[in-house]
Design a protein around this ligand. Structure first.
Ligand code: GLN
Length: 190
């Protein structure tokens, strides 16, 4: 059985665990860096990316950086921001594994949260997208595959073993995005 870690320092980690379990993998809440050695893939949930940075500290940040370079990782919203090479509004440190420039809170604060539906390259028709104080991807490097867009900006992307969304697929009943991540994990395990 695939063991999927969910970084459980803050944010909406419970909903991710439900999706992972529904798809037949084992969710593990990761609160200590040693736990990274026991998992096949990691979800970095939404929350506040600046708070994640504070809670991780320098050592946690280094260990997480090493992990995402070797094992599949799925970042949603704040998790996507953490994985980026470049973060704006304000400028902030990123792990630098996903070759993107991302702008925090690009749609304004809470009032600009929204539930939309849009096309995706994932099979199965339109994809529901829940946005909560969402970032916007302003630039993608050549190695990035875009799986969904909103108003001409990528919102679901893949780069090798990394998957990232600026919205919250864990809050929709549709499990396709998590299934795509588990596919990356299974491929990497082979
Ligand atoms: N606004 C948060 C940030 O900038 C992200 C919001 C979220 O994860 N829902 O880190």
């Amino acid at each position: 059985m695939m063991k999927i870690g969910i970084l459980a320092l803050q944010g909406d980690f419970e909903a991710h665990a439900n999706r992972i379990a529904e798809l037949g993998a084992e969710p593990v809440f990761v609160r200590k860096t040693e736990q990274l050695d026991e998992i096949d893939g990691l979800v970095i949930p939404g929350g506040e990316s600046s708070v994640f940075l504070n809670l991780l500290g320098d050592t946690g940040f280094e260990k997480l950086s090493a992990f995402v370079r070797t094992k599949p990782t799925f970042g949603t919203c704040a998790g996507c921001i953490l994985l980026a090479t470049e973060v704006e509004n304000p400028k902030q440190k990123g792990i630098g594994a996903l070759d993107i420039t991302v702008r925090r809170n690009a749609y304004g604060r809470q009032i600009h949260s929204a539930i939309l539906e849009g096309p995706t390259t994932l099979k199965g028709g339109l994809l529901e997208q829940v946005y909560i104080r969402a970032p916007r991807i302003e630039r993608v490097g050549p190695g990035i595959e875009v799986l969904a867009e909103r108003d001409g900006h990528p919102v679901l992307i893949r780069q090798g073993n990394l998957l990232a969304a600026t919205f919250h697929p864990e809050l929709s009943a549709d499990t396709r995005v998590h299934a795509e991540f588990l596919r990356l994990v299974a491929e990497c395990k082979k």
